[in-house]
Design a protein around this ligand. Sequence first.
Ligand SMILES: Nc1nc2c(c(=O)[nH]1)N(C=O)[C@@H](CNc1ccc(C(=O)N[C@@H](CCC(=O)O)C(=O)O)cc1)CN2
Ligand SMILES: Nc1nc2c(ncn2[C@@H]2O[C@H](COP(=O)(O)OP(=O)(O)OP(=O)(O)O)[C@@H](O)[C@H]2O)c(=O)[nH]1
Ligand SMILES: [Mg+2]
Length: 432
Amino acid sequence: MHLKDPICAVATPPGKGAIGVVRLSGKGALEIGARVFRGKDPRGMKGGRFTLGHLVDPRTGEAIDQALLLVFRAPRSYTGEDLLEFHLHGSPAVLRRAVEALLAAGARMAGPGEFTLRAYLNGKMDLAQAEAVLALIEAEGELARRQALRGLEGALSRRIEALQGKLLDLLAHVQALLDYPEEGVEPHEAATVIREALGEVEGLLAQARASALAQRGARLALIGAPNAGKSSLLNALLGYERALVSPIPGTTRDYLEAPLELFGIPLVAVDTAGVRETEDPIERAGVERALRIAEEADLVLYLADSSAPRPTPPPLPPRTIYVATKADLPPLWEDPRYLRVSSLTGEGLLALKARIREALLGEGGEGGVFLSDRQKEALLRAKERLEEALTLPEDLMGLALEEAVQALNALLGRDVTEEVVDRVFRNFCVGK
Ligand SMILES: Nc1nc2c(c(=O)[nH]1)N(C=O)[C@@H](CNc1ccc(C(=O)N[C@@H](CCC(=O)O)C(=O)O)cc1)CN2
Ligand SMILES: Nc1nc2c(ncn2[C@@H]2O[C@H](COP(=O)(O)OP(=O)(O)OP(=O)(O)O)[C@@H](O)[C@H]2O)c(=O)[nH]1
Ligand SMILES: [Mg+2]
């Protein structure tokens, strides 16, 4: 059901701020606006204009606040409907009264994401773009922000549409074959198109992994023997003295977490107690924790002091980068599998950061676009159907191709059930 009734909500975050914005959208928004605004009549204003006046209580005429009123006229607005924005002082007391005034004048409270839902239903954006709006709001790191902006501006949608175009051409070809078998199609041609499509889908799936990582961030554990230089490397990565450093082995007793952004990826670096055999029960508890943290981390940096006798590493997960520390001192051992780093001089630090980035994102992290879990599932369905089509003779692959196109349609939010749409917008905040 697509309602067009006027909805309103505060668009800015709760709390105090320089400005607070209340949005009003739908059929009759201009009339409601006229009831709550003292100043220029919004019904006489062109779209894309603003004016300064007062927001008033429609029941009493009492001024609630000064207001800058922005008027957008259907279909040229965010939602595609008539839309008014009241820019008020960012005061909880003002915003509460402002919403009350709009409700009294005939609007109703918007549901979560209802403005963006209307933008989607009115064809202002597809479902993939709507999900990117949410991802942009949620973005904490630079990479997540960049990926979400690309998605919201339609980078993914265009790629999916191009892919569908190719598959629909092939489908037409294959269907023609059913009607005019004597015409014939080059058998290898279909396979080539499908393989190309599969390549594109797989490329997007790789981006989905990078996208999930950019959104959620990653935990990076530093582990190694006492005195290996873990706390020093943590400080060097952070660029400030977060952890205590000393020449006494066993300085770090408990683990320590510090947020850090590398190449736009939000990370939590975890410095841990040096791993060794020990009688001290407190130290032993610290060691056990360190090993568990390594096991649970997305990526482990295993540190070994290159200026001391070579230690035997504890059991380490496969996602481990091996680091030989104190590269500024004469080495007692060398191993090409270890990256030489000095926290003192900074030598090898850039190479280490590059390795961390590569381990987390793989090669193609940079040009990525945001992909939601829902979009990833649609891509997996398309991939299955394309793989199936590849095993079939041309005259029988039509159904599989059609289903692949349908999966891509679902990604864009075409021909999807209300339930699918609801599930997307449930995650939005009220006011978006
Ligand atoms: N004050 C304010 N700032 C905002 C938003 C908003 O809704 N209000 N946005 C909301 O998320 C973002 C901007 N996105 C927007 C996207 C489209 C339209 C819009 O009115 N589009 C019309 C007309 C465009 C035009 O005048 O050229 C259209 O597409 O037809 C407005 C904002 C970020 N900043
Ligand atoms: N020359 C040199 N000394 C370093 C370097 N990194 C660390 N050190 C020294 O090595 C000693 C131990 O450093 P920490 O960073 O405390 O080592 P840790 O691995 O955290 O040790 P625990 O907390 O005891 O497990 C300190 O005296 C540091 O100054 C380096 O790159 N070069
Ligand atoms: Mg330490």
